[in-house]
Design a protein around this ligand. Structure first.
Ligand SMILES: [Zn+2]
Length: 338
């Protein structure tokens, strides 16, 4: 089959690779309904993460099961499934505690920017729908697999409640999904920090009540002004830089909570500042599996349209243009037709 392979930074190709096959009795093979490019795929593409030989890219997926290993019990061929980018058994103590992204058997999905993919730990990872969903819901169900699940976790970890005042730092796809999640959780006010007109517009569509375009000290001052000097109950940190963490901490009120899902690069904390600031923090790779059944149901009922985050759709053969478009920030998130 033709699939996406990263050879070295900047060199991404759609080329012939071996068809995936069952390697362990707990695997499943799925035929993807669609795939997409993640912001995190840009790290190796930009050379910010080492590339040791050709890598099969893609970890966001949904599709039809075509084959299962001998020990798979929960899904069967013909079913439509969505899975998380973190593969988990869903039975170990961490999974049962709701942190499937720290599963004792954790692996990370790869090879999903392709027509077919192997999903290890299929029983714990995949969630099936009762019927094959209509084609128009595929972008929304695909978004659940990572980008919505991660934005949702940011809001959940930040303890967004009915009536909460929420600040979302970062207007990438995950930040926009964080806005949607906060609205679904009943936040009273959602302040999105964004400097880009198209992203501001989408943030408003997803539920942002206010937009703050300023950054740094000016951004912090503006949030203080909007919250009558108090700060936000919940802050969603969806970037992962030192500047964005400083922003998140400064925007949070004492006793407030920061949910952080941007992978930290060059971030450090001042212990005394945290101590006297009284800030709560929870983050890390999102345990998307915990939220999958609920989020899939919201999509199937037509309550949420997270697929709107895909602002560019390309055939898999043009995957290199997709990476370029996201790298140059011409696209928020690229969906791939496989
Ligand atoms: Zn587990």
């Amino acid at each position: 089959m033709l699939a996406t392979v990263l050879h070295k930074p900047g060199d991404i190709r759609c080329e012939e690779v071996a068809d995936p096959k069952i390697l362990r009795p707990t695997d499943a093979i799925i035929k993807l309904s669609a795939s997409c490019i993640c912001g995190s795929d840009l790290w190796p593409y930009r050379g910010l993460q080492p590339v040791d030989g050709p890598q099969h890219m893609g970890h966001e997926y949904c599709g039809i099961v075509v084959e299962v290993g001998a020990e798979v019990r929960n899904v069967r061929p013909g079913q439509f499934v969505v899975g998380s980018f973190c593969l988990s058994d869903n039975t170990c103590p961490h999974c049962r505690f709701g942190f499937q992204s720290s599963c004792e058997q954790r692996e990370f999905m790869s090879g999903a920017q392709a027509p077919y993919a192997r999903v290890p730990l299929a029983d714990g990872t995949l969630v099936a729908t009762s019927e094959v969903p209509p084609a128009e819901l595929i972008p929304d169900l695909l978004a659940v697999s990572d980008v919505l699940g991660t934005g949702w976790y940011a809001a959940d970890a930040a303890e967004v409640r009915e009536g909460s005042t929420v600040v979302v730092v970062g207007d990438g796809a995950v930040g926009l999904m964080g806005v949607l999640a906060a609205r679904e959780m009943g936040a009273g006010r959602i302040i999105a920090m964004s400097r880009h007109a198209s992203r501001q517009k989408l943030a408003r569509e997803f539920g942002a009540t206010d937009i703050v375009a300023e950054r740094g000290e000016e951004g912090i001052a503006r949030i203080k002004e909007l919250t009558k000097g108090i700060g936000a109950d919940s802050v969603l940190e969806c970037v992962g830089t030192g500047e964005s963490f400083d922003q998140a901490l400064a925007c949070s009120r004492p006793g407030g909570t920061i949910g952080y899902v941007g992978v930290p690069h060059g971030v450090s904390f001042d212990g005394q500042k945290l101590f006297f600031g009284q800030k709560r923090m929870l983050g890390g790779p999102a345990p998307v599996r915990r939220f999958l059944p609920d989020l899939m149901e919201r999509v199937l009922q037509g309550r949420i349209k997270p697929g709107k985050v895909f602002d560019l759709k390309l055939p898999l053969a043009e995957v290199a243009e997709g990476y370029r478009a996201m790298d140059e920030r011409r696209a928020i998130k690229v969906m791939l037709e496989v």
